[in-house]
Design a protein around this ligand. Structure first.
Ligand code: ADP
Ligand code: MG
Length: 469
């Protein structure tokens, strides 16, 4: 077998073993540099990635290679030079540089477009979805400002003065935050800027991992060497030390005139678990909100989806009346809109039924008229439950274990879990710093009781109604 074919099989197995995310973070950018006899040399775009792979994954790669090749080999990992990295992306130099047998130091690596991506990968940069662009982002009343700010950031050049920094975009689920952030990333990257798009979870993971492996310096250094840092889902930034590091990064980048863009599910002032310094730094830039998608915008988004779908699926069409029906009846959340549209497409493709209102009614029944749930705050739940049971909110947060307090506390935790999107650990923290297992216990307990005790069930329903009003 050719080394290329062996490597392809090894890659496939690594992908299956570690999953898409890990694969994309660490293995995707590995290329074969040379393979002859028992010697295999793999190349990666950055030093950070090289040391990471050597420390964590080299043995696994070696084992898989031996299995696939049926032969013992020796594997080396080198940092590929700017010149040898994916030459097809850039114009060919007039004279092919001779390949040196020894790894050359990455020269001017940050000035070379092909390395930008690798740079992100070294930090576990999250992958970009090529469909999420400004062209596919439909403008409406609720997102005009956010879109304009995003566009401004995406199109400014590294040498331009930064207008607002950081740019903070917040909105509920499915309203287009990730879409806009990825549109910025794609545009800026295409213009040759050094970007890093990361979810806050990945940032946390990358930082914690680099601490464990004593590569924290490399992590920090790499982070501060970018033009544009884009962080998604900031509400998931976890841990004191990570937040402190994020704060340093934020300060260092902003002070150096580099652009930072952040998205979260609520305004900075409501990010209760976030370090005060980060919160105020975020609030010091431009904060814009994306509102719910109104019916017109929903219709425009659906029309746009149809235009794209028609190109890919011959003979597929949706009458305007059906688009109107979907826009009217499916909630303000872009994900439900995606879901509804995909059902129409799937039903049509799989059963060859034409898309009609009746067909649409049937296929999207469960997505229809689920009113967008109001965003309920945990404090509000605690307040209403406390009032209802005639205890104080501080009783609920306290460690008192008397029955008069324990049950209301459990009900409040149960409501927090079912009516908000907060995680168990977060709910625990917001209930006087309890452990997530305590919250889980409370949720299970009340779930069980509600099923057996009609009176309690009714009480919980009353509380839900009051909270939803
Ligand atoms: P969020 O990150 O805010 O939860 P996403 O960006 O993931 O939301 O959006 C959810 C879905 O809705 C995506 O498929 C996205 O493309 C789509 N969407 C949201 N707003 C728009 C818009 N203005 N134009 C086109 N698609 C949109
Ligand atoms: Mg998102």
């Amino acid at each position: 077998m050719r080394p290329g074919a062996i490597w392809e099989r090894v890659r496939r197995r690594l992908r299956a073993e570690f999953g898409e995310d890990v694969f994309n973070s660490w293995f995707k950018s590995i290329e074969i540099d040379q393979a002859a006899g028992e010697m295999v040399r793999l190349s990666v775009p950055t030093r950070f990635l090289k040391s990471w792979i050597e420390n964590h994954y080299k043995d696994r790669i070696l084992t898989r290679w031996r299995e696939e090749a049926g032969q013992d080999v020796h594997i080396d990992v080198i940092v590929r030079t700017a010149v040898s990295a994916r030459p097809s992306v850039r114009p060919k130099p007039a004279v092919e540089p001779a390949r040196s047998p020894m790894p050359a130091a990455p020269n001017r690596s940050f000035d070379n477009a092909p390395l930008i991506q690798g740079h992100g990968e070294a930090l576990g940069g999250s992958p970009l979805d090529p469909r999420l662009t400004f062209e596919t982002f439909v403008q409406g009343r609720s997102n005009t400002l956010a879109r304009a700010a995003a566009l401004q950031v995406a199109q400014s050049r590294s040498s331009d003065a930064v207008l607002f920094n950081p740019l903070y975009i917040h909105a509920g689920v499915g309203l287009g935050k990730t879409h806009l952030l990825q549109a910025i990333s794609g545009t800026a990257q295409a213009a040759g800027r050094r970007i890093l798009y990361l979810t806050a979870e990945k940032f946390t993971f990358g930082f914690v991992a680099s601490l464990k492996n004593q590569t924290a310096m490399a992590f920090k250094e790499a982070l501060r060497n970018i033009d544009l840092l884009i962080i998604d889902d900031l509400q998931f930034l976890q841990g004191k030390q990570t937040q402190a590091e994020f704060c340093h990064t934020l300060n260092a980048l902003i002070d150096a005139g580099r652009q930072v863009v952040v998205a979260g599910d609520r305004p900075p002032s409501d990010l209760e678990n976030l370090d005060e310094r980060v919160r105020s730094r975020l609030a010091g830039g431009l904060t814009v909100e994306i509102g719910p998608l109104d019916e017109n915008l929903r219709l425009d988004i659906l029309k746009q989806k149809l235009t794209h779908a028609k190109v890919q699926h011959q003979g597929f069409d949706v009458p305007l009346a059906v688009l109107g029906y979907v826009a009217k009846n499916v909630t303000q959340n872009g994900r439900d809109l995606d879901g509804a549209f995909n059902r129409l497409l799937a039903t049509n493709r799989l059963t060859a039924q034409p898309v009609t209102i009746e067909m649409a009614e049937r296929s999207i029944r469960d997505l229809v008229r689920v009113a967008e749930p109001k965003r309920i705050k945990i404090e509000e739940i605690q307040k209403i439950v406390a009032q209802h049971y005639n205890v104080s909110r501080s009783d609920i947060l306290s460690s008192r274990r008397t029955a008069t307090v324990v049950r209301p506390r459990q009900i409040a935790m149960y409501l927090a879990k079912t009516l908000t999107l907060r995680s168990l650990p977060e709910i625990g923290r917001r209930f006087g710093g309890r452990d997530h297992t305590t919250v889980l216990h409370a949720v299970r307990k009340i779930e069980g009781l509600v099923g057996q005790d009609p009176a309690l069930n009714e009480e919980v329903e009353v509380l839900k109604r009051r909270l939803n009003d």
